[in-house]
Ligand binder design. Structure first.
Ligand code: SF4
Length: 338
Protein backbone atom coordinates (compact mmCIF):
# COMPACT_ATOMS: atom_id res chain seq x y z
CA UNK A 1 0.00 0.00 0.00
CA UNK A 2 1.51 3.35 -0.94
CA UNK A 3 -0.58 5.24 1.55
CA UNK A 4 -3.16 6.79 -0.73
CA UNK A 5 -6.65 5.55 -0.42
CA UNK A 6 -9.76 6.23 -2.32
CA UNK A 7 -10.39 3.78 -5.08
CA UNK A 8 -12.11 1.04 -3.09
CA UNK A 9 -14.31 3.57 -1.32
CA UNK A 10 -16.56 6.34 -2.48
CA UNK A 11 -18.92 4.24 -4.52
CA UNK A 12 -21.51 6.84 -3.50
CA UNK A 13 -20.82 10.55 -3.87
CA UNK A 14 -23.28 13.12 -2.55
CA UNK A 15 -23.00 16.48 -4.27
CA UNK A 16 -24.38 19.60 -2.68
CA UNK A 17 -26.40 21.68 -5.13
CA UNK A 18 -24.31 24.85 -4.71
CA UNK A 19 -21.11 22.85 -5.28
CA UNK A 20 -22.30 20.98 -8.34
CA UNK A 21 -21.25 23.54 -10.94
CA UNK A 22 -17.83 24.28 -9.43
CA UNK A 23 -14.93 23.21 -11.66
CA UNK A 24 -13.18 21.72 -8.61
CA UNK A 25 -16.21 19.51 -7.94
CA UNK A 26 -16.26 18.36 -11.54
CA UNK A 27 -12.54 17.64 -11.40
CA UNK A 28 -13.01 15.32 -8.41
CA UNK A 29 -16.05 13.60 -9.90
CA UNK A 30 -14.10 12.93 -13.08
CA UNK A 31 -11.70 10.84 -10.97
CA UNK A 32 -14.54 8.66 -9.74
CA UNK A 33 -16.25 7.60 -12.97
CA UNK A 34 -17.85 4.51 -11.40
CA UNK A 35 -19.43 6.41 -8.52
CA UNK A 36 -23.14 6.69 -8.03
CA UNK A 37 -23.71 10.47 -7.78
CA UNK A 38 -26.57 11.68 -5.59
CA UNK A 39 -27.58 15.37 -5.59
CA UNK A 40 -28.36 16.86 -2.17
CA UNK A 41 -29.50 20.27 -0.94
CA UNK A 42 -26.92 20.76 1.83
CA UNK A 43 -24.09 18.59 3.06
CA UNK A 44 -25.49 18.62 6.60
CA UNK A 45 -28.64 16.85 5.36
CA UNK A 46 -26.47 13.75 4.95
CA UNK A 47 -23.54 14.38 7.29
CA UNK A 48 -25.57 15.37 10.35
CA UNK A 49 -28.54 13.06 10.01
CA UNK A 50 -29.38 11.06 13.10
CA UNK A 51 -28.96 7.33 13.58
CA UNK A 52 -25.75 6.89 11.59
CA UNK A 53 -23.69 3.78 12.32
CA UNK A 54 -20.04 4.80 12.30
CA UNK A 55 -18.74 1.23 12.26
CA UNK A 56 -20.74 0.32 9.15
CA UNK A 57 -19.90 3.63 7.46
CA UNK A 58 -16.18 3.28 8.06
CA UNK A 59 -16.18 -0.03 6.14
CA UNK A 60 -17.32 1.76 3.00
CA UNK A 61 -16.95 5.51 3.15
CA UNK A 62 -19.16 7.77 1.12
CA UNK A 63 -17.96 11.09 -0.15
CA UNK A 64 -19.76 14.42 0.15
CA UNK A 65 -18.69 17.27 -2.11
CA UNK A 66 -19.77 20.63 -0.76
CA UNK A 67 -19.17 24.34 -0.88
CA UNK A 68 -18.60 26.39 2.25
CA UNK A 69 -19.56 30.06 2.12
CA UNK A 70 -17.29 30.95 5.06
CA UNK A 71 -13.51 30.57 5.12
CA UNK A 72 -12.47 27.62 7.21
CA UNK A 73 -9.50 29.07 9.09
CA UNK A 74 -9.46 28.87 12.89
CA UNK A 75 -7.06 29.81 15.72
CA UNK A 76 -5.09 26.77 16.89
CA UNK A 77 -6.70 24.87 19.76
CA UNK A 78 -4.99 24.69 23.17
CA UNK A 79 -4.58 20.90 22.83
CA UNK A 80 -2.45 21.46 19.71
CA UNK A 81 1.22 22.42 19.65
CA UNK A 82 2.11 25.85 18.24
CA UNK A 83 5.88 25.17 17.80
CA UNK A 84 6.63 28.63 19.12
CA UNK A 85 4.49 30.41 16.53
CA UNK A 86 2.29 33.24 17.77
CA UNK A 87 -0.08 33.49 14.82
CA UNK A 88 -1.03 29.81 14.86
CA UNK A 89 -4.05 28.72 12.84
CA UNK A 90 -5.44 25.62 11.30
CA UNK A 91 -7.73 25.12 8.39
CA UNK A 92 -10.11 22.37 7.58
CA UNK A 93 -11.14 22.06 3.95
CA UNK A 94 -11.84 18.36 4.46
CA UNK A 95 -13.77 16.85 7.34
CA UNK A 96 -12.91 13.27 8.33
CA UNK A 97 -10.18 10.95 7.26
CA UNK A 98 -9.72 7.88 5.11
CA UNK A 99 -7.61 6.36 7.87
CA UNK A 100 -9.29 4.97 10.94
CA UNK A 101 -7.15 5.52 14.04
CA UNK A 102 -8.84 4.18 17.12
CA UNK A 103 -7.93 7.25 19.19
CA UNK A 104 -8.87 9.85 16.59
CA UNK A 105 -10.83 12.78 18.02
CA UNK A 106 -12.80 13.02 14.78
CA UNK A 107 -14.81 10.03 16.01
CA UNK A 108 -15.99 12.15 18.89
CA UNK A 109 -16.35 15.37 16.94
CA UNK A 110 -18.49 14.41 13.98
CA UNK A 111 -21.75 12.47 13.73
CA UNK A 112 -20.56 10.67 10.59
CA UNK A 113 -17.38 9.06 9.32
CA UNK A 114 -18.16 9.97 5.73
CA UNK A 115 -15.72 12.37 4.11
CA UNK A 116 -16.75 15.94 3.33
CA UNK A 117 -14.62 17.88 0.87
CA UNK A 118 -15.18 21.60 0.44
CA UNK A 119 -14.01 21.61 -3.10
CA UNK A 120 -13.26 25.32 -3.62
CA UNK A 121 -10.33 26.51 -1.50
CA UNK A 122 -10.36 30.10 -2.82
CA UNK A 123 -12.16 31.61 0.20
CA UNK A 124 -9.72 29.92 2.53
CA UNK A 125 -6.82 31.36 0.52
CA UNK A 126 -8.42 34.82 0.68
CA UNK A 127 -8.77 34.53 4.46
CA UNK A 128 -5.12 33.51 4.83
CA UNK A 129 -4.12 36.54 2.74
CA UNK A 130 -6.16 38.74 5.07
CA UNK A 131 -4.37 37.29 8.11
CA UNK A 132 -1.02 37.82 6.43
CA UNK A 133 -1.66 41.56 6.29
CA UNK A 134 -1.31 41.57 10.13
CA UNK A 135 1.64 39.22 10.71
CA UNK A 136 3.40 36.10 9.45
CA UNK A 137 1.11 33.10 9.73
CA UNK A 138 1.75 29.52 10.77
CA UNK A 139 -1.03 27.34 9.41
CA UNK A 140 -1.70 23.64 9.83
CA UNK A 141 -3.57 22.46 6.77
CA UNK A 142 -3.91 18.77 7.52
CA UNK A 143 -5.90 18.66 10.72
CA UNK A 144 -9.31 16.96 10.75
CA UNK A 145 -8.10 14.77 7.88
CA UNK A 146 -4.93 13.47 6.23
CA UNK A 147 -4.63 15.64 3.14
CA UNK A 148 -1.72 13.72 1.65
CA UNK A 149 -3.71 10.49 1.67
CA UNK A 150 -6.35 11.98 -0.60
CA UNK A 151 -4.13 14.20 -2.72
CA UNK A 152 -4.66 12.09 -5.87
CA UNK A 153 -8.35 12.82 -5.50
CA UNK A 154 -8.32 16.48 -4.43
CA UNK A 155 -5.12 18.06 -5.74
CA UNK A 156 -5.35 20.36 -2.69
CA UNK A 157 -1.70 20.10 -1.72
CA UNK A 158 -0.70 21.16 -5.20
CA UNK A 159 -2.90 24.23 -4.77
CA UNK A 160 -1.35 24.99 -1.38
CA UNK A 161 2.14 24.69 -2.84
CA UNK A 162 1.28 27.21 -5.56
CA UNK A 163 -0.21 29.55 -2.94
CA UNK A 164 2.55 29.28 -0.31
CA UNK A 165 5.28 29.49 -2.94
CA UNK A 166 4.41 33.16 -3.40
CA UNK A 167 3.96 33.96 0.30
CA UNK A 168 7.22 33.62 2.28
CA UNK A 169 5.50 34.89 5.45
CA UNK A 170 3.23 31.88 5.41
CA UNK A 171 4.47 28.62 6.93
CA UNK A 172 2.41 25.50 6.36
CA UNK A 173 2.49 22.25 8.26
CA UNK A 174 1.23 19.09 6.54
CA UNK A 175 0.61 16.53 9.28
CA UNK A 176 0.41 13.00 7.87
CA UNK A 177 0.69 9.26 8.25
CA UNK A 178 0.72 8.87 4.49
CA UNK A 179 3.51 6.92 2.82
CA UNK A 180 3.07 8.15 -0.73
CA UNK A 181 6.64 8.42 -1.98
CA UNK A 182 5.49 9.20 -5.50
CA UNK A 183 3.76 12.33 -4.24
CA UNK A 184 6.79 13.36 -2.19
CA UNK A 185 9.08 12.90 -5.14
CA UNK A 186 7.16 15.27 -7.43
CA UNK A 187 6.19 18.14 -5.14
CA UNK A 188 8.55 21.11 -5.13
CA UNK A 189 10.77 21.70 -2.12
CA UNK A 190 9.72 24.89 -0.36
CA UNK A 191 11.35 26.19 2.83
CA UNK A 192 7.96 27.24 4.22
CA UNK A 193 6.13 23.92 3.83
CA UNK A 194 6.90 21.42 6.58
CA UNK A 195 5.99 17.76 6.30
CA UNK A 196 5.20 16.42 9.74
CA UNK A 197 5.11 12.63 9.94
CA UNK A 198 3.33 11.08 12.88
CA UNK A 199 5.38 8.09 14.01
CA UNK A 200 4.03 5.42 16.30
CA UNK A 201 5.68 2.20 17.43
CA UNK A 202 5.13 -0.50 14.81
CA UNK A 203 2.94 -2.54 17.14
CA UNK A 204 0.77 0.45 18.06
CA UNK A 205 0.42 1.52 14.43
CA UNK A 206 -0.73 -1.95 13.50
CA UNK A 207 -3.17 -2.21 16.35
CA UNK A 208 -4.57 1.29 16.70
CA UNK A 209 -4.07 3.04 13.33
CA UNK A 210 -6.28 1.03 11.02
CA UNK A 211 -6.00 1.66 7.29
CA UNK A 212 -2.98 3.93 7.82
CA UNK A 213 0.40 2.86 6.42
CA UNK A 214 2.60 1.07 8.95
CA UNK A 215 5.71 2.51 10.54
CA UNK A 216 8.06 1.23 7.82
CA UNK A 217 6.08 2.94 5.07
CA UNK A 218 5.96 6.24 6.93
CA UNK A 219 9.67 6.10 7.64
CA UNK A 220 10.48 5.37 4.01
CA UNK A 221 8.39 8.38 2.95
CA UNK A 222 9.99 10.60 5.59
CA UNK A 223 13.44 9.49 4.49
CA UNK A 224 12.65 10.38 0.92
CA UNK A 225 11.45 13.80 2.10
CA UNK A 226 14.67 14.26 4.05
CA UNK A 227 16.81 13.25 1.09
CA UNK A 228 15.12 15.90 -1.05
CA UNK A 229 15.64 18.61 1.56
CA UNK A 230 11.94 18.93 2.41
CA UNK A 231 11.58 20.53 5.86
CA UNK A 232 10.85 17.54 8.04
CA UNK A 233 9.18 17.23 11.41
CA UNK A 234 8.84 13.92 13.23
CA UNK A 235 5.90 13.71 15.60
CA UNK A 236 5.83 11.32 18.52
CA UNK A 237 2.37 12.52 19.25
CA UNK A 238 0.07 11.15 20.44
CA UNK A 239 2.14 8.85 22.63
CA UNK A 240 -0.13 6.06 23.83
CA UNK A 241 0.08 4.22 27.11
CA UNK A 242 -0.49 0.49 26.62
CA UNK A 243 1.08 -2.58 28.19
CA UNK A 244 4.73 -2.61 27.15
CA UNK A 245 4.71 1.00 25.90
CA UNK A 246 8.18 1.75 27.20
CA UNK A 247 9.85 -1.04 25.21
CA UNK A 248 7.86 -0.18 22.07
CA UNK A 249 8.84 3.49 22.21
CA UNK A 250 12.44 2.51 22.94
CA UNK A 251 12.47 0.44 19.74
CA UNK A 252 10.87 3.32 17.83
CA UNK A 253 13.52 5.78 19.01
CA UNK A 254 16.27 3.35 18.09
CA UNK A 255 14.82 2.94 14.58
CA UNK A 256 14.47 6.69 14.08
CA UNK A 257 17.98 7.40 15.29
CA UNK A 258 19.32 4.91 12.77
CA UNK A 259 17.14 6.19 9.93
CA UNK A 260 17.96 9.92 9.97
CA UNK A 261 20.94 12.12 10.47
CA UNK A 262 19.80 14.71 13.02
CA UNK A 263 20.63 17.47 10.52
CA UNK A 264 17.93 16.09 8.22
CA UNK A 265 15.21 16.74 10.77
CA UNK A 266 14.03 20.29 11.38
CA UNK A 267 12.41 19.48 14.71
CA UNK A 268 10.44 16.88 16.57
CA UNK A 269 7.28 16.99 18.63
CA UNK A 270 6.47 14.91 21.66
CA UNK A 271 3.05 14.79 23.25
CA UNK A 272 0.84 12.30 24.97
CA UNK A 273 -2.71 11.46 24.01
CA UNK A 274 -5.29 14.03 25.14
CA UNK A 275 -8.81 14.72 24.08
CA UNK A 276 -11.75 16.89 25.05
CA UNK A 277 -14.08 15.08 27.44
CA UNK A 278 -16.99 15.86 25.19
CA UNK A 279 -15.42 13.94 22.30
CA UNK A 280 -14.25 11.15 24.58
CA UNK A 281 -17.81 10.59 25.79
CA UNK A 282 -19.01 9.97 22.26
CA UNK A 283 -16.03 7.73 21.47
CA UNK A 284 -16.71 5.63 24.54
CA UNK A 285 -20.24 5.06 23.33
CA UNK A 286 -19.11 4.19 19.83
CA UNK A 287 -16.21 1.94 20.87
CA UNK A 288 -17.01 0.37 24.24
CA UNK A 289 -14.42 -2.36 23.67
CA UNK A 290 -11.49 -0.05 22.93
CA UNK A 291 -8.73 0.05 25.59
CA UNK A 292 -7.87 3.56 24.45
CA UNK A 293 -11.34 5.02 24.83
CA UNK A 294 -12.03 3.18 28.10
CA UNK A 295 -8.74 4.12 29.81
CA UNK A 296 -9.30 5.85 33.18
CA UNK A 297 -8.02 9.25 32.08
CA UNK A 298 -7.42 12.21 34.35
CA UNK A 299 -9.58 15.20 33.47
CA UNK A 300 -8.29 18.76 33.73
CA UNK A 301 -10.06 21.77 32.30
CA UNK A 302 -12.32 19.66 30.12
CA UNK A 303 -9.41 17.69 28.64
CA UNK A 304 -8.85 14.01 29.38
CA UNK A 305 -5.27 12.76 29.40
CA UNK A 306 -2.72 10.74 31.34
CA UNK A 307 -2.38 13.35 34.09
CA UNK A 308 0.88 13.06 36.03
CA UNK A 309 1.90 10.09 33.87
CA UNK A 310 2.01 12.40 30.86
CA UNK A 311 5.17 14.14 32.10
CA UNK A 312 6.79 10.77 32.78
CA UNK A 313 6.05 9.56 29.23
CA UNK A 314 7.22 12.78 27.61
CA UNK A 315 10.46 12.81 29.59
CA UNK A 316 11.04 9.15 28.73
CA UNK A 317 10.70 9.83 24.99
CA UNK A 318 12.87 12.93 25.11
CA UNK A 319 15.53 10.95 27.00
CA UNK A 320 15.50 8.30 24.27
CA UNK A 321 16.25 10.97 21.67
CA UNK A 322 18.83 12.94 23.66
CA UNK A 323 22.21 12.97 22.00
CA UNK A 324 20.60 12.57 18.57
CA UNK A 325 18.71 15.86 18.41
CA UNK A 326 19.18 18.83 20.69
CA UNK A 327 16.53 19.87 23.18
CA UNK A 328 16.01 23.22 21.47
CA UNK A 329 14.62 21.31 18.49
CA UNK A 330 12.24 19.26 20.64
CA UNK A 331 8.75 20.68 21.12
CA UNK A 332 6.54 19.36 23.85
CA UNK A 333 2.86 19.38 24.48
CA UNK A 334 2.54 19.90 28.19
CA UNK A 335 -0.47 19.35 30.36
CA UNK A 336 -1.31 22.79 31.78
CA UNK A 337 -0.84 21.64 35.37
CA UNK A 338 2.41 19.75 34.92
S1 SF4 B 1 -4.58 9.91 10.44
FE1 SF4 B 1 -5.08 11.55 11.90
S2 SF4 B 1 -7.00 12.41 11.17
FE2 SF4 B 1 -6.74 10.42 10.17
S3 SF4 B 1 -7.85 8.93 11.46
FE3 SF4 B 1 -5.70 8.96 12.12
S4 SF4 B 1 -5.60 10.47 13.80
FE4 SF4 B 1 -7.52 10.83 12.66
Amino acid sequence: MNGTFFEPAFSHVYVEERAAALPQTKRILAKLPQAHVIPIRHYKDVFNRSGQDAQIQSRSLSLILADEPDPRVYPGAPVCQDFGNEAFYYTSTVMNCVYDCEYCYLKGMYPSTNLVIFTDQSRTFAEVDRLLTHSPVYLCISYDTDLAAIEPLTGFLKEWYAFAGKRPDLTLEIRTKCADRKLLSVLPVLPNIIWAFTLSPAAAAKRFERKAPGLDGRLAAARLAASRGIPLRLCFDPMLRFPGWEEEYRKLAQTVRAAFEPGQVRDISIGTFRISTQYLGQMRERSPESPLTQYPYTVRNGVAGYGAKSAEMTAYMAGLLDGWISRDRMFFWKDTEE
